[in-house]
Design a protein around this ligand. Sequence first.
Ligand code: DUC
Ligand code: ZN
Ligand code: ZN
Length: 477
Amino acid sequence: MTTLDLVIRGGTVATATDIMQCDLGIKDGRIVALAEHLEGDRVIDAAGQWVLPGGVDAHCHLDQPMSDGSVMADDFYTGTVSAACGGTTTVIPFACQMKGGSLKDAVADYHQRADGKPVIDYAFHLIVSDPTPEVLETELPQLIQMGYTSFKIYMTYDDLKLNDRQVLDILALARQEQAFVMIHAENADCIGWMVQQLERLGRLAPRYHAASRPMLVEREATHRAIALAELVDVPILIVHVSGAEAIEQIQWAQNRGLRIYGETCPQYLFLTEEDLGGEHGFEGAKCICSPPPRDKANQQVVWDGLVNGVFQVFSSDHAPFRYADPLGKQIQGTQASFKYVPNGIPGIETRLPLLFSEGVLQERIDINTFVALTATNPAKLYGLYPRKGTIAIGSDADVVIWNTDQSITLTNDRLHHNVDYTPYAGMTLQAWPEVVLSRGEVVYQQGQFTAAAGRGEFLACDRPAYAKPYRRDRPVV
Ligand code: DUC
Ligand code: ZN
Ligand code: ZN
């Protein structure tokens, strides 16, 4: 037996499928032993605590330039520090193509932005906003080959949206190359029309953001995305699903045997449209995101979807804009129409503590489901498994020891992001990471972040098995 660098002793280890009472042995940054009575150069005592794989946050936005001039508050340093302090050890943010720009150049730009900053390992999804022949025939196949094997496309937002024909082109390319497509499903024309009606009536307050994007615009686009994917015969994942009507569409597709996957996020479990405020005031802008938070009944259906397997992934959709900042939520001032407020809320650090506290400890989901949703499934879906997302011999030693006996009243001061608020302030949480390891190195311990900028490594993703078409033998055309 080789000498172990580190032993995590006496904890209860959980994966997406198993629960084991054992020690965990780490050597050269990887897990090399799961056994009783291990000895090593260093020992961390985890008696009485859960020992889980580090989280994989497969949907977060860091240092993404915005077309309205607003500026994301978190770069690849603050964003990844915040992630690590909340138990996430891998992030997959986006490299976003601007319309008219090259996708390859966008990837180079994001690597530049990340240079020397990430404190945990990271990969990139691509955002394809302009699927030109050059992008479809040359850039994307090359980038997929280089380890950028997933991309997000939008059915809304003027600067990003694709029409149905362009969506089909992307889906066909994904099928051909075995890449994986994530879809933001909202009907752009319905939203544009609703915004116009609301503005005509002088309804400009943040709360009207929710009114401008009612559930049916998400339901319709979700159904359309599913139909387009069925036509091409390729799996897709619908991102940030907000409530019952979109869930029904996904469930309908899954029941028909289609490979349609779903993601939801903390804002759809813990916020409602009431958080967007009343007739007056601007504070509600803090909770403007798309799709918007719905109501209590929808929250329950989202919980049900985590329990019954409609959702495979629970991500943060961290999109960090400061509130009291002319480059953030107040870019057009506090009297401006909701339509000028940058969309997005912070949540990269609170994703796991919220779901552990309200999901596992309130007995809505079990510990294996927690691991599956927050680590194993995203690692599998995006081609990082088994290096990431599980506790197994040979996997990277990305490990979190959880303290589940706490009573933390959440304040923004506690968090490490560069945003000046958290939408979850005031909630009481029982669970928070005690120790976080990234490739065997302690990066967070008892409230202290302890690692160096730039230690995070870029991860080239495999072509995901989940991206395999249902009927590979039957070409679509
Ligand atoms: N919606 C998105 O689609 N992305 C970032 C944040 C948001 O609210
Ligand atoms: Zn989106
Ligand atoms: Zn997003």
